[in-house]
Design a protein around this ligand. Structure first.
Ligand SMILES: Cc1cc2nc3c(=O)[nH]c(=O)nc-3n(C[C@H](O)[C@H](O)[C@H](O)COP(=O)(O)OP(=O)(O)OC[C@H]3O[C@@H](n4cnc5c(N)ncnc54)[C@H](O)[C@@H]3O)c2cc1C
Length: 471
């Protein structure tokens, strides 16, 4: 009889005493891009050749979660021979390189949840890490703005939640005058002000994690699309990892952090397909450059608790542009960044999944509204005018998009927390017993990446004695 081991979450350490993180007011920390540029250039040297084919631990997926976890494991156990296998020609090609770039403070998440703890801890670790590595960020802060009485009540609940989550220095601003001291063009009845929310380029962060990993002796193999796990004939390296184009690598243990493909990777080692990943595209509009100076920091709506996403927001970017969005529409392909990106097998897979059908039924009107807004961006602008009335359709152009890997259970519930999965066959020698999958790392996964990595490594150490005992 097969056993399937699935467990949620893990250990969390909240370092509430970090001295490096917090500054007063809207202090903007801007750093020269030079070091970051050097780092990107060095990334060109990433290997696309498999030089050594045997590893103690292989991490599949070169997004921010895979890279952070590989780095943390290598730092803690330098003797482990390790590699990251990434199917694309660069790191952070998908979610980690296509997101809002916000360093979240931990306001929204259910008190006591892993998301809340890892986000608050992750923010502190992120700022400290970026200071050490000279990765540029800006602590521009964030306003969550209530524009009617219902939202004012919800904002009060959110404030309480943020306090319970120990988000530092948040405060309520009353009336337009106080709001406009922070955001001169913003209106609202009340707003929750979070001064330590920041912005960053997570692609740079991911690449720096990769550099740290390589400096400690780890290898990164790009253009390696994992297509199967098999038993190898080598007892020392029992897992054979195959690529779609015939490459082979052997390993003692494997961690997968496959983002939009995490369910497929889990299935490859014997785990069930569910929770299934359903891809939801988030499309952004761009404020025209001549209007960008109007927006100083992040401006968010008060989230409607009936819906899973945060709502369209104003997000300044590190390059000075301002993104507006994202919305949430079904992507017709796991990595479908436009309406014309279609993969019929992946689309049918989503459409016939009972979990998706139940979700679609639950949110039929909201889903239709999001689709219409995607096709008619002026409707999205109307939503944004609630906060910044002087913005018009003439001030925006279409922008980029990202695709969220949304794990969905068969009942149609969106899975909020991290999910690890591991398949153990009838004996402990099965491949599945050596492959740990991270099946769900939703937003704020990028903010939390260093905290997630600690948790992930603790999970690996608790599952695999060999790793725990390795120097
Ligand atoms: C629109 C959007 C906005 C967001 N905004 C924020 C934000 O502001 N702040 C925040 O903290 N978080 C945000 N997030 C969430 C954050 O981006 C994710 O939580 C995080 O990037 C997840 O990282 P990952 O490494 O798990 O996934 P990914 O970055 O998707 O990485 C997975 C990697 O695995 C690789 N892979 C998949 N299958 C295989 C295979 N078979 N073989 C080899 N490689 C494979 C992929 O190519 C990919 O590089 C946002 C996400 C989206 C989509």
């Amino acid at each position: 009889m097969s056993q399937i081991f699935r467990f949620l979450g893990g250990l969390v350490i909240v370092n509430s005493k970090s001295k490096h993180v917090f500054c007063d007011g809207i202090k903007q920390i801007e750093r020269s891009y030079s070091l970051a540029t050097v780092s990107l250039q060095r990334n060109k040297n990433y290997s696309t050749q498999i030089s050594k084919r045997e590893y103690d631990v292989v991490v599949v997926g070169g997004g921010i979660v895979g890279a952070a976890s590989a780095r943390e494991l290598k730092l803690r156990h330098p003797q482990l021979k390790m590699a990251i296998l990434e199917k694309e020609g660069e790191m952070a090609k998908h979610q980690s390189g296509h997101n809002s770039g916000v360093i979240h403070a931990g306001i929204y998440y259910k008190p006591g949840s892993l998301k809340a703890k890892l986000c608050v801890e992750g923010l502190q670790l992120m700022y400290k890490y970026c200071d050490e590595k000279n990765i540029p960020y800006k602590k521009v802060g964030k306003l969550i703005v209530a524009t009617n009485e219902v939202e004012v009540k919800r904002l009060a609940d959110l404030h309480q939640r943020a306090i319970q989550n120990k988000v530092p220095d948040i405060k309520i601003l009353n009336g337009v005058k106080e709001i406009q001291q922070v955001e001169p063009h913003c209106v609202g009845l009340q707003a929750l002000w979070s001064p330590h929310t920041g912005i960053i380029d997570y692609r740079l962060v991911t690449k720096q994690y990769g550099e740290d990993f390589k400096e400690k002796g780890g290898e990164i193999h790009l253009n390696f699309q994992v297509s199967g796990f098999e038993n190898s004939t080598d007892n020392n390296y029992p897992v054979l990892i195959k690529s779609a184009d015939g490459k082979r690598v052997k390993s003692k243990y494997v961690l997968t952090c496959g983002g939009l493909h995490s369910d497929k990777l889990a299935e490859l080692s014997g785990c069930p397909r569910n929770p299934r990943i359903v891809p939801f595209r988030g499309e952004y509009l761009l404020l025209k450059p001549e209007k960008a100076a109007m927006i100083k920091g992040n401006i968010y709506p008060v989230p409607d608790p009936r819906f899973p996403f945060l709502g369209v927001h104003f997000t300044p970017r590190m390059d000075g542009s301002v993104w507006l969005g994202p919305n949430a529409v079904l992507a017709f392909k796991r990595e479908g960044y436009t309406w014309t990106d279609v993969n019929f097998s992946e689309l049918l897979d989503a459409l016939f999944y009972p979990g998706f059908l139940k979700l679609a039924f639950k949110y039929v009107f909201a889903g239709a509204e999001e689709t219409v807004k995607s096709l008619f961006p002026s409707l999205q602008v109307r939503q944004l005018q609630r906060f910044v009335p002087s913005i018009t359709s003439a001030d925006v152009v279409s922008g980029p998009a990202g695709v969220r890997a949304q794990a969905l259970d068969a009942e149609g519930n969106l899975i909020e927390d991290f999910v690890f999965d591991m398949y153990k066959g009838s004996d402990n020698d099965s491949i599945g017993s050596r492959v740990l999958h991270c099946r769900n790392a939703p937003s704020p996964g990028a903010t939390s990446s260093l905290a997630i990595a600690k948790m992930m490594v603790e999970k690996l150490e608790s599952e695999f004695q060999y790793i725990k005992e390795s120097p």
